[in-house]
Design a protein around this ligand. Structure first.
Ligand code: XMP
Length: 527
């Protein structure tokens, strides 16, 4: 028998925890991103890469381990994604999940067959041995979703788990650094899934859980300092969590070289503008230019009714104001941008994003002709990680957990012309709604919750008087990513309180309605 070489030779942790990622190869599965997130939840930095990555490219990124994701195809389909076989020879352990495990079997001397028996959903898993199952019960539940089945593991691999329909539900070849699981450890329906990933990362790949919010902050601070040197940096604040966290990171790195510009278009929610100014100027002592531009924006919006016209008007005006302020500040070669890792992935990875400034981060996008180098301290982070960093930096809880808010703000929640009077009414109604939702402890369960003001009037009666006033629509949705959404089942008691408070406290409103539309067919916003 060949001599067993311990695999892999443990390496000392690298100086930067992000220098040595776990690379998650996306083989087309809906869960590839989730795998990357779960790895990060284990305190290990991971990056999602396309399955076309070559062994050389992967080697240059100095990974500590590879994970091959699931995928919808059959390994025998014509267009089935394949990987560079050199990836198995990088000298780091490889974990194949579902399709990834089947690909390993196919590539490395095992066998995959369409047995005619597929497994979908919760499945009983019996484990017999293996580093991935160390410390876990022999009988457990795992989430399966496959048609093809591994019938023989890669050469030299031992079968470590089976399910009723799958004789090879997991395999390991420690001396070759090969690990495969047919089930999905990344989904919550596999109760010990996170343990399996931890066993792989800590036990097999010997990576310590060193990627924490504190480590991210330290690493970003160093990177920002190296990028910016002694130059001036500009950052547009929107009131949202991304720009706030990005600004604080840059401020921590280069102090007063940073100037934040907060273009207050007057379309924010009640008290939000004040909170931005208080937090940044008073609490964090970040140099902040607060441009109170409500009049300008309202003047631009006079007579504008069409939603896209509103967006355009606000976007253009935003750029004009921002440019004026930037010009006033003199030479600022760097601009902070709150690009997130999900933006990087969506735009097709590293190359795609830098050039493209996402309009969602600053109303209508920033002027293209402005000659800035971008500082993007969040481009490696998912949204929940940005929040954790925000908490660590001491950002108020209310800002860290704020629901997404559209750049054009309340302008696209007033159906009809935007006027100061309507904005004030909507702000009050929205504040009441959110106050009650928070009081009921439901704020964090909702993706978004807000009031809409359709600028029509209906008849009512209050006291002995006939009223003719605006309605307010309550919109509350649950969602994971805003691509789809379901209307939230808010408790009747809560709705009752909100409704009566809005009608009693805001004379210009005499009716409250609830939006019961999911997305699709509706959108989250009304415009
Ligand atoms: P819809 O209404 O398309 O919204 O279902 C999906 C998500 O995008 C937000 N949204 C916007 N965000 N500028 C933004 O910055 C916009 O013009 C805009 N329109 C919609 C919306 O709030 C939801 O989170």
């Amino acid at each position: 028998m060949a001599e067993v070489i311990p695999f892999p030779a443990p390496e000392p942790p690298a100086p930067g925890v992000e220098d040595r990622p776990v690379l998650v190869l996306d083989l087309g599965g809906q869960y590839a991103q989730l795998i990357a997130r779960r790895v990060r939840d284990c305190g290990v930095f991971s990056e999602l890469v396309g399955h076309e990555i070559t062994a050389d490219e992967a080697r240059r990124r100095r990974p500590v381990a590879l994970i091959l994701s699931g995928g919808p195809a059959s390994v025998y389909a014509d267009a089935a994604p394949r990987i560079d076989p050199g990836l198995y020879e990088l000298g780091v352990p490889v974990l194949g999940i579902c399709y990834g495990a089947q690909l390993m079997a196919l590539d490395l001397g095992g066998a995959v067959e369409r047995t005619g028996v597929s497994e979908f959903g919760k499945t009983a898993l019996h484990t017999s041995s293996g580093a991935l199952f160390k410390g876990l019960p022999e009988e457990q539940t795992a989430w399966m979703s496959h048609r093809d089945t591994v019938t023989a593991p890669p050469e030299g691999a031992e079968v470590t788990a089976e399910s009723p329909a799958t004789p090879v539900a997991a395999f390991e070849a420690p001396e070759r650094g090969l690990y495969g699981v047919q089930f999905h450890p990344e989904v919550v329906h596999t109760p010990h899934g996170q343990d399996v990933l931890e066993n792989f990362l800590y036990g097999v790949a010997h990576v310590p859980p060193a990627w924490t919010a504190v480590a991210v902050i330290e690493e970003q601070v160093e990177r920002i300092q190296a990028q910016v040197g002694s130059e001036q940096v500009l950052c547009g604040l929107s009131g949202g969590v991304d720009s706030a966290v990005a600004a604080l990171l840059v401020h921590k790195a280069v102090g007063d070289q940073l100037t934040c510009v907060f273009v207050d278009h007057g379309l924010l929610r009640k008290d939000e503008a004040t909170q931005v100014v208080e937090t940044f100027r008073r609490h964090f002592r970040v140099p902040l230019v607060h441009v109170d531009a409500e009049r300008r924006f309202l003047a631009r919006l006079r007579g504008v009714i069409d939603p896209e016209d509103k967006r355009r008007a606000i976007g253009e005006e935003f750029i004009r104001v921002f440019e004026e302020e930037a010009a006033r500040l003199g030479r600022t070669p760097f601009l902070v941008q709150g690009t997130l890792y999900s933006d990087v992935i969506e735009s097709g990875g590293e190359a795609g994003v830098a050039a493209k400034i996402k309009s969602h981060h600053n109303v209508g996008g920033l002027p293209e002709k402005m000659d800035f180098s971008l500082v993007e301290p969040l481009r490696l982070l998912f949204k929940d990680e940005v929040r954790r960093v925000g908490e660590e930096l001491g950002l108020p809880e209310e800002m860290v957990w704020r629901h997404p808010f559209p750049g054009p703000g309340l302008a696209i929640r007033i159906i009809g012309e935007v006027t100061h009077e309507r904005l004030e009414i909507l702000r009050e109604a929205d504040a009441i709604l959110l106050e009650e939702v928070r009081r009921a402890g439901l704020y964090r369960e909702l993706w978004q919750c807000f009031a809409v003001l359709p600028a029509i009037r209906s008849v009512g009666v209050q006291g002995d008087e006939r009223t003719y006033a605006y309605p307010i629509v309550i919109r509350a949705v649950t969602s994971d990513d805003a691509m789809t959404a379901d209307w939230a089942r808010l408790p009747y008691d809560l709705l009752e309180t909100v409704s009566s408070r809005i009608i009693n406290e805001i004379p210009a409103v005499n009716r409250v309605a609830l939006d019961l539309t999911s997305k699709p067919p509706g959108t989250i916003e009304w415009e």
